[in-house]
Design a protein around this ligand. Sequence first.
Ligand SMILES: Cc1cc2nc3c(=O)[nH]c(=O)nc-3n(C[C@H](O)[C@H](O)[C@H](O)COP(=O)(O)O)c2cc1C
Length: 93
Amino acid sequence: MRQNKANAANRQARLKQTPEKPATFAGATLMYAAQAFGLASCPMGGFDPDGVAREFALGPQEIPVMLLAVGHGEAGNWPPKPRRAVADALGLA
Ligand SMILES: Cc1cc2nc3c(=O)[nH]c(=O)nc-3n(C[C@H](O)[C@H](O)[C@H](O)COP(=O)(O)O)c2cc1C
């Protein structure tokens, strides 16, 4: 009985963590696809997951992990934030 409870808690914890990895790849792929169609996109992790689940009628096994806004980039929009050069952030071993 006690073991069953521990297993259920473990499964719940894994269920919460697991979707983030594939969702990140899916989100990046959608961003590339949007760009190929001439659209801009912006990922967001700061949202109310219960509100999203309610609005989209998600089931208990469906966990929203990211929102991706997609639309037409505005001319004269603010410039991208400064970033380190790719060569400073990535290395090949
Ligand atoms: C996974 C992920 C989640 C993000 N979540 C948020 C968010 O909840 N709110 C926010 O203001 N920016 C968020 N950002 C950052 C914006 O998507 C965007 O990259 C940032 O505002 C920098 O804009 P820029 O790409 O035009 O420089 C997130 C970025 C990533 C990669």
